[in-house]
Design a protein around this ligand. Structure first.
Ligand code: 6LW
Length: 511
């Protein structure tokens, strides 16, 4: 940890890559932030910062199948928006498993975990949040269409058990934008402030706020809503919304929120919804304004907390540790027989099962988010398939219907390299001879193209094929996730031959 003098600018996003729906809390001069993870496992990464700009991941809140059952979950199902709060020595992370129990929370006295088993809350809907009031009341909010129509509903719960103590009541429908959601309730200067998202999580997204003297309202909307939106701004940042407020230890106010950075030409695709930061100012009559009149920039000029940077990650994972680093995710709950760091020390060994990348299943899959356009990705793979239909390699994965794969496989008894593009109902495959022995599979990620290369000799790198980047985006593929670059293995007949990934490199570069 390095501490340097504070500087007046910082860059957005503060957490690049598919890290949407951020929520933040403060304990002293430490800040903790969580984001959504849908059908990826472990669920809900938790980050730590001392200055709101430099973040390091310290773990995940959901690391067991009891907390996060994802069997057969749609990729954009599973875990929707989380909220993290701290009260009386305990951290609480409340979220929704839309493919399982619905709303629940876990808690821990250490942010890095381990977190408790899930504690369900009966109120329905998504985007749950918590407010711990001074009188000991715990207010639980979420978004759904209830007996009073669509909007933000609230009840009180017993935080020891999750039991609802009151009925759910509609407290605000928002200002009339579509999809009033993402509620967060704050007690500030004796007033209850209710901030939500409206307009949907795409290009119409915005944050709006209202306040009341009582937790159940009536809520008076802010006169200058939306307090954050890029919906009518020409900006390299779009879809800003789903915000959470935090008062820093120096008394200043800040907001974290999601946004996207569309590749502006020729398509408006992006690599996922990312986490952004902006300072918050307050009007004389006590209303917040996020950023510069509701707008934010890629480089923000704002008085900052004293900068504390963390040791940067190596760009290469040699798989020498007994556990996987926090960057790595599985697709749904992993089959323990399909991956190992101990079978061949210094290698990540994957063994394919019948689940392929096209299935809503749990293939042998270990991936990390694409966090930068203009990145080199490479892995050294030792894999000798013993039967047709066995395969192991790299995939640029948006979802089961949209992915590009570069892999070693076996066809009619011969070991070959396959380059495959799956785009909805369209599929193309090309193959070329593959020699016995290790291969280096390479991907170059660019805003317009993914380029796939093969290296079988130190001297020669062979361009195998390319795929348009915009076809692997929510604008085309739909859903709420982002691009994942993964090592994978498949075996149509069951447990496959060992695919040993010796190392994996992820190296952003300046274009
Ligand atoms: C999130 C909700 C939303 O729960 O998308 O479109 C969901 N709005 O706020 C997943 O990010």
């Amino acid at each position: 940890m390095e501490t340097t003098c504070s500087t007046a600018t910082y860059s957005n996003p503060v957490i690049p890559g598919f890290y949407p729906d951020p929520s933040i809390c403060r304990v002293g001069d430490d800040y903790y932030l969580v984001t959504s993870t849908f059908a990826y496992f472990p669920g809900v990464p938790i980050f730590h910062s001392k200055d709101l700009v430099n973040w390091r991941q310290i773990g995940h809140c959901l690391t067991t199948e009891q907390q996060l059952p994802l069997a057969n979950a749609w990729l954009s199902g599973g875990i929707y928006a989380p909220t993290i709060r701290y009260h009386d020595g305990w951290f609480y992370m409340v979220t929704t498993n839309v493919s399982g129990v619905g709303n629940f929370y876990v808690r821990s006295q250490q942010p890095e975990g381990p977190w408790s088993e899930m504690i369900p809350v009966a109120q329905g809907g998504i985007d749950p949040s918590l407010l711990f009031d001074e009188d000991g009341s715990v207010y639980f909010q979420s978004t759904y269409s209830g007996n009073e129509g669509y909007g933000i509903y609230q009840c009180e719960i017993d935080i020891a058990t999750g039991t609802m103590l009151t009925v759910s009541r509609l407290i605000w429908r928002g200002t009339g934008g579509a999809h009033a959601e993402a509620p967060h309730l704050y007690k500030i200067n004796g007033l209850y402030y209710l901030m939500i998202a409206e307009g949907g999580t795409e290009y119409g997204h915005m944050a709006t706020i209202a306040r009341s003297e009582a937790p159940y309202g009536p809520y008076e909307p802010c006169p200058h809503n939306p307090i954050l939106s890029h919906r009518s701004r020409k900006s390299s940042i779009q879809a800003t919304g789903h915000a959470d407020l935090v008062q820093a230890h120096d008394g200043s106010w800040w907001a974290v929120f999601l946004g996207v950075r569309p590749v502006s030409y020729p398509y408006r695709h992006h690599l996922g919804r990312e986490t952004f930061l902006a300072p918050v100012s307050w009007t004389p009559d006590g209303w917040p304004i996020i950023g510069n009149g509701g707008s934010v920039e890629s480089v923000m000029d704002a008085p900052r907390l004293t900068e504390v940077r963390w040791q940067t990650h190596s760009t290469r994972d040699d798989f020498d540790d007994a556990t996987l680093g926090f960057d790595w995710v599985f697709l749904r709950n992993p089959n323990p027989l399909c991956w190992s760091l101990s079978e061949s020390p210094g290698n990540l060994v994957l063994r394919g099962n019948e689940a392929s990348l096209d299935d809503v299943g749990a293939p042998a899959f270990v991936g990390r988010r694409l966090r930068h356009w203009s990145s080199h990705i490479a892995t050294l793979l030792n894999f000798e398939p013993q039967q047709d239909g066995e395969e192991a390699g790299l995939t640029v994965f948006m979802n089961e219907n949209y992915h590009y794969d570069l892999a070693v496989t076996r066809k009619e008894g011969r070991k070959v390299i396959v380059f495959r593009r799956t785009v909805g109902s369209l599929r193309s495959e090309s193959m070329l001879e593959c020699l016995k022995g290790p291969v280096v599979l390479q991907i170059e990620a660019q805003p317009e193209w993914f380029h796939f290369k093969l290296q079988q000799h130190p001297s020669d790198v062979l361009e195998v094929g390319s795929g348009e980047s915009h076809l692997l985006s929510t604008e085309v593929a739909g859903g709420f996730t982002g691009i994942i670059i993964a090592m994978y293995a498949v075996c149509e007949t069951g447990q496959g031959s060992p695919a040993s990934f010796d190392w994996f490199e992820y190296e952003p570069f300046q274009p």
